[in-house]
Design a protein around this ligand. Structure first.
Ligand code: SAM
Length: 128
């Protein structure tokens, strides 16, 4: 795929892509860049995709109901969120990610796995 893939490195808040992307994949990175200006970030994702292009987000799925954190399968996520707060971040609920895409004019669908503790959100820039 060497002739079809290329990589650019930079701060997403400053980055200008050389051309619109077919796919933007962010693996456990969205919660690092969410706080600064969420609306601008999602406008950036929309603007830097080709029409019909996709964003794939993989994030820990922070539960809407905090009592769910008492489940043994969520203890690791609960503990890690403490260190995220120290860095100025926090884990996100899949629904808030999906809503942010919809507010940016993109269709989004959420898929959860690992007992609901991991979420992949796929969003598409409309073709029109
Ligand atoms: C938890 S790591 C995930 C790394 C990798 N995607 C993985 O799954 O192993 C979070 C990543 O977000 C990146 N990141 C944080 N702030 C960023 C920013 N402003 N622009 C671009 N990337 C950023 C960090 O460099 C780091 O690689």
């Amino acid at each position: 795929m060497g002739d079809r893939l290329h990589f650019q490195q930079g701060d997403i808040h400053q980055l200008t892509l050389s051309e619109p992307a077919d796919l933007i994949a962010m693996n456990r990175a969205l919660h690092h860049v969410w706080e600064k200006d969420t609306a601008s970030l999602f406008a950036w994702l929309h603007a830097n995709l080709k029409p019909g292009g996709l964003v794939a987000i993989w994030e820990p799925a922070w539960p809407a109901d905090r009592t769910a954190l008492r489940d043994p399968s969520r203890r690791g996520m609960a503990f890690q969120n403490l260190s995220e707060h120290i860095q100025g971040n926090h884990f996100l609920q899949p629904a808030e990610i999906q809503t942010a895409f919809e507010q940016a004019g993109m269709d989004a669908k959420t898929y959860t796995f690992m007992q609901g503790n991991e979420a992949v959100i796929i969003a598409r820039r409309p073709t029109h």
